[in-house]
Design a protein around this ligand. Sequence first.
Ligand code: IMP
Ligand code: MG
Length: 179
Amino acid sequence: MGEVTYQDLTFVPYIKREEIAKQVNRLAQEIQRDYYQKNVLFLCVLNGAFIFAADLFRACDLHDAEIEFIRYKSYQGTQSTGKVKKITGLYTDIKDRNVLIIEDIIDSGRTAVQLRADLEKLNPKSVKFASLLFKPESLTEGTAPEYVGFNIPPDFILGYGLDIDELARNLPDIYVKKD
Ligand code: IMP
Ligand code: MG
């Protein structure tokens, strides 16, 4: 497992697949305990979270767990408010349901804040976040996710679902940009 190069940038090994698997299993234990018999709906935010969601969902021994997928897309606002984000692909009624949003990474927290607000409008019973990665020093909006795999410094990473312009999602390990 050596260095990898994308767009003339060099990335070095950062979190190995074994370490990822260990934290995924630890999170699954916590989620299993907290959502026992609560009919939790995992809501995987595409594209970045799909690999983490697949591993986490399989690691949770919950007989009544369900999974759905959404995209959260940026649109250019019609007014000077700039970019607004909109959920697409949510075909399941989440009213009165316990929703667990599965994210790859929470950086500034902006996406998470908007996503939570948008979902709250649909009157779920509860909304929580499980994020594989969290950059606490970058957080400018909202709060820390309820379930976190790794707290990391504010460096750019890729692999295991995380991309650089849609590339590198298929790397089984996580890499960090070399400075
Ligand atoms: P936030 O709204 O600033 O929390 O941004 C979250 C989104 O930014 C994530 O869903 C990722 O798509 C992207 N992102 C943030 N940090 C990284 C990183 O280190 N590598 C790849 N994508 C990242
Ligand atoms: Mg991305």
